[in-house]
Design a protein around this ligand. Sequence first.
Ligand code: ADP
Length: 482
Amino acid sequence: MPAGLSLKTRLTLWSLCFLTLVLGGGGFFWYYSQQQQLYARLDAELLSTARDFVCQYNGIDPSISEQQAYCQTLNQLSMRQGGQLAISLYSAAGNHLCSNNHPHIQLLRSPEQSQAATTAGLNAYASLNAGETRLRQLTYPVIKNGNIILLLQLASPLASLDEQLVLFALLLVCVVALTLICFTVLQWFLLGKLLTPLKRLASQFQETDEDALVPCVVPATSPAEVRLLADSYNHLSERFNRNLQRARQFSADVTHELRTPLTILRGETELALRKDKSKEELQRVLSSNLEEIGRMSHLIEDLLLLSKSELGEVPLQMEALDLGSLLEELYCQAQILGTEKQIKIEKSGSDEQISLFADGLRLRQLFLNLLSNAIKYTPDEGRVKISWTLQDGSALVSIKDSGIGIDSAHQPHIFDRFYRIDKTRNRGDGGSGLGLSIAKWIVDAHGGSIQVISVPGQGSCFTVTLPVTHLLKDQKKNKVSK
Ligand code: ADP
């Protein structure tokens, strides 16, 4: 089928081909069985005529000669048939005895040609073609006392039978053609009706705004498939629009995040150049600039890590590690971080040794992000507690603080990139709103999950669940006994 044809044309052509095959095959079969029936009927008529001959011959006047008796019977038979049949009579040896006056009598095939069947005492049928004349011939052996005494030949012209068959064939062709035409018109019309909602839908798809995909509306009476397609498109466009919005937001955030420190850098440098500055003042400006540059590099590194992680380009260096030892180390580091704000760092580790197959550096980054957040968002002299345990074959690490907490409206968004609840406050702390996005990526990459429970004014608790590979049940009592 040529490419570029519409669905409507394709469907119509396919079904037309199929229907032509079915109707053609069916019509041919019907014609063939009709032909067989007509021939069988004609053969039966010829046979009954031949049997009539035998009956009549047996009832003939015994005073006349045998030759006369045969011919008399033959003539009587011919008269009774109204001269429609060509009839010839032969002796058992094949010698011609007599015939009637039928115009096609010359066309009959001599009995020798059907010898094989007739000598066996069987009726032999044959279809004869002589130019435009066609005949159906029966050679009938007349048997008396088990011996063939005569061979009777009867032939009927096939003209009227052929005529009937031609008429029948014509009728069939007309019916098939008419059915195909009606079917094609009807199908074309129905397909057109059926595909109209699809066309309407396609034109709605094309009405796409430059900034976003416009959802389409289909009438409730549309076919289920069309409504399904519209629903899928709307779902897809919703996701696409959301992603587009996020991408726009992301690039706006990146621009903003980089522009602010650059403006500060530029302002401070310009100010320093404007008048003579003492060495100390210049040193102060330079170290402040260095801090700002450090923040920018940190931000760019985080961004690079996140975009690489999305492309799957950050390979994890998986190794067997002991979660307890890693968290003990981080606990010590957190104590140093919390010193300035006099935050009390507590820990509560599991008795069991928890072995993970994980990337040690990434896990360190994950827990350090959570710990530094906990310290950052907890007021002076607050408390941060790190605990770990095994639960249902998974390692559970929670970092709980007595900080400012997170309002429930913000909780679903804190893992989004650049999401910061109080933007002004975090800038001073160097927060860019990427820490929790990175934490979430690390947890996901390890097949785990991260959750937050928080009450504003009371504190937050971040819980990380990681799958455990090896469980070495090293009970505390064993340690004690040593
Ligand atoms: P940031 O670098 O700004 O801390 P994060 O991605 O780490 O970015 O955190 C996103 C936001 O979630 C923060 O801006 C902060 O408002 C909030 N947040 C994170 N951790 C805590 C916490 N322990 N207590 C209160 N708020 C938190």
